[in-house]
Design a protein around this ligand. Structure first.
Ligand code: ADP
Length: 367
């Protein structure tokens, strides 16, 4: 049977009763209120301190050194990668390394070309302008940005209709640092105007361990090597999540233990917060459990799966699935979602054909 993939009706969708609150997930990669307050203290201040991302770091180091040697403003930089990997941090490092001030804004905050003109015209020479979520800027603002990036000039339109005139306004040279979760979403003319593009990768566990040790030092927390490894393994390749889990484990260690983070306290604390050994939380596990137990591992349509876990389709697709796919636990196929053998193993369940001792049928992934 091919489970349908049509949108659920309102009656079908029970999300309101049972939704698991995708907003404030402990393992969510977007910054929450507490993160914003603490992150400032945990951000590396220069390239030397910035952990991992060797290639981006090395290339950026060359770009910045060369600009400094020429006494020029650095080229515009585009940083792409998932939330929480360090794009804002790197933009601040670029400003610090260039000894320049930084202005921080985001695409959604710039809805009119006038908003952008106001920011650009108030920049100082050499200033770094960090534009987060640059792919979400409005079209007119984007077009104004082309000229500003290339010629350090904007045309300010005064008046309306046939009487409107464009007054050219010279800008001081500045460095635009654009950040986007998906470089593919940027129109090519915008992408082409960046002198350097750095793609940020998810971090390896050993790198996250270094991030955790560094943050523990700054937060004055006692942590053992194995405790850091335990947290790193559950941080989904993302420093922001690593720092957040560290703070929760610290709380647990203070209240329930002697304040020292060992492997055991880390593991007990994260069990309390329902983050499992691989970094899956309750929502991720609910999706996998439904897929495995109710639908025999799939294929099942996204909408059906969403109804089964009492979540919105978008929540399952955008919040839970990307990590499950990345971890090789779930696959999206034209016929629907399917669980991989690794998913059965991770959830401690046995696939149906193995339960019956093998009935000669070929499994989805071969013998
Ligand atoms: P993004 O802008 O990509 O969403 P941020 O730059 O805000 O991510 O980083 C989130 C948090 O993770 C910050 O508090 C920062 O301290 C930490 N962090 C990110 N990258 C690194 C890194 N390479 N080394 C150490 N800490 C990092």
């Amino acid at each position: 049977m091919n489970w349908d993939d049509t949108a659920p009706s309102a009656a079908e969708n029970t999300a309101d009763d049972t939704a698991m609150g995708a907003q404030d997930r402990l393992v969510g990669a977007d910054a929450d209120g507490e993160d914003s307050a603490v992150e400032a203290a945990l951000r590396p201040k220069d390239l030397e301190e910035f952990v991992g991302q060797e290639r981006v770091r090395e290339q950026l180091d060359l770009v910045l050194r060369a600009a400094r040697a020429r006494g020029a403003t650095a080229d515009h930089v585009l940083l792409s990668g998932a939330p929480g990997l360090g794009k804002t941090t790197l933009s601040m490092i670029i400003a610090a390394e260039m000894g320049a001030p930084i202005r921080i804004t985001s695409g959604p905050a710039i809805q009119h070309a006038g908003d952008l003109a106001a920011i650009l015209s108030s920049l100082q020479e050499g200033e770094v302008l960090f534009l987060d979520e640059i792919h979400r800027m409005s079209r007119p603002a984007e077009e104004m940005l082309y000229m500003a990036m290339e010629d350090f000039r904007v045309d300010v339109i005064v008046g309306k209709g046939p009487g409107a005139t464009a007054i050219p306004l010279e800008l001081p040279p500045f460095t635009l640092v654009g950040a986007t979760t998906r470089a593919g979403l940027l129109p090519p003319p915008l992408r082409d105007r960046f002198g350097f593009t750095g793609h940020m990768e998810f971090y390896a566990p050993a790198e996250l361990e270094r991030v955790i040790h560094r943050s523990a030092g700054l937060l004055d927390v006692d942590i053992e090597t194995e405790g850091a490894a335990e947290i790193a393994g559950r941080s989904r390749g993302t420093p922001r999540i690593a720092n957040r889990l560290l703070r929760r484990v610290r709380d647990y260690a203070q209240v329930k233990a002697d304040g020292v983070i060992t492997r055991e306290t880390a593991s007990q604390a994260l069990a309390v917060y329902e983050v499992d050994g691989r970094g899956l939380d309750r929502l991720d596990r609910a999706v996998l459990t439904a897929l495995l137990k109710l639908f025999g591992g799939g294929p099942v349509g996204l909408s059906t799966l969403a109804v089964a876990v009492g979540e919105e389709r978008e929540t399952v697709e955008e919040v839970a699935e990307p990590f499950l796919v990345r971890e090789g636990l779930l696959a999206r196929t034209p016929r629907g979602r399917i669980a991989t053998p690794a998913a059965w193993a991770h959830m401690g369940l046995v696939p149906p054909q193995q339960q019956t001792g093998g009935n000669g049928q070929q499994g989805l992934f071969g013998p």
